[in-house]
Design a protein around this ligand. Structure first.
Ligand SMILES: [Zn+2]
Length: 297
């Protein structure tokens, strides 16, 4: 197994050996797709890439799908069953690319990953487990002999991904809790997260994730602020530098900011609310503001 740990704009990519070649899990953000294709080719050597699996279809996990499909025409692509219809119709709203103000080149699929089934890759059988919360249809992959978990954005060393259904007014914190319980119950020895380094202190990670979740449950507006900052930071990771005006204009036309603002901060002018988020990114050290320009840090 080869893990390509990426910067936060792109998800990690995992290469799993199969009898006929290599299976790839997740493909990063589209702006990195050339690099992703090259990294995968370098890591797979002479073995053909025969299979692409996506844990879920956020833009930072499948943005390299189209480029990989172009490079490896024989490769099959499987996505979580609950998302397949939206890919076939290329519904960029349901796939969250429109509401997040992100982009993903269109790709095709050959089949689905059904939660509760197993995936036979060589002499290893990977369990496909439903992991709702961060995304209602996300799956995680677990190999019970080595007790290796590919956890996507359901569990990181320090927390988990934004709980997107909550932005749309659907309660999903309980799903996050159930998914953390599921992860605890299968007892992984090693976790390959969707972002950041691999870790084996699963007990510590679960405790940190549950503390974070309890904080969000106690104060959902904290989660809303966090989500807004994550969306801003993501765009800044993509652009690296932009004028504050440009970033605020982008947020003005990005639906999730409208939703978050209306639901939690409607008593404040929207642009000044986003400006406040930007200043929090700056004071937290995630961005630098210099003569009207915002720079990624
Ligand atoms: Zn995600």
């Amino acid at each position: 197994v080869v893990v390509l740990e990426r910067g936060w704009l792109s998800s990690n990519t995992v290469l799993l050996p199969t009898p006929g070649g290599v299976a790839v899990v997740d493909s990063g953000y589209w702006t990195h797709s050339t690099q992703t294709v090259e990294l995968i080719s370098a890591a797979s050597g002479s073995r053909p890439v025969t299979l692409l699996l996506n844990t879920h279809l956020h833009s930072d996990h499948c943005g390299g799908n189209a480029a990989l499909q172009a490079r490896h025409p024989q490769m099959r692509t499987l996505v979580p069953a609950g998302l397949a219809g939206w890919v076939r119709d290329w519904d960029t709203s349901a796939l969250t690319y429109d509401p997040t103000g992100q982009f993903c080149p269109r790709f095709s699929i050959s089949g689905v990953l059904q939660p509760g089934t197993e995936l036979e890759l060589g002499d290893r059988r990977w369990q496909v487990l439903g992991a709702p919360g961060h995304d209602p249809h996300s799956v995680v992959l677990f190999e019970p002999v080595s007790r290796t978990l590919i956890s996507a954005d359901a569990l990181w060393a320090n927390g988990f991904g934004v709980v997107f259904p909550e932005l749309e007014g659907q309660s999903a914190f309980a799903d996050v809790a159930r998914t953390l319980d599921l992860i605890e119950s299968i007892g992984p020895a090693l976790v390959i997260p969707g972002h950041g380094p691999m870790f084996d202190d699963v007990t510590g990670a679960l405790a940190r994730a549950r503390r974070r979740l309890a904080g969000y449950e106690a104060s959902p507006s904290r989660h809303a602020i966090h989500a807004g900052k994550v969306l801003l930071k993501f765009k800044l990771l993509e652009w690296q530098s932009a004028s504050a005006e440009q970033l605020l204009d982008w947020a003005d036309t990005t639906p999730y900011f409208e939703l978050l603002h209306r639901r939690w901060f409607g008593n404040e002018a929207r642009r000044s609310w986003v400006e406040r988020l930007l200043h929090e990114l700056v004071s937290g050290g995630a961005a630098r503001l210099e003569s009207g320009m915002v720079h990624n840090v």
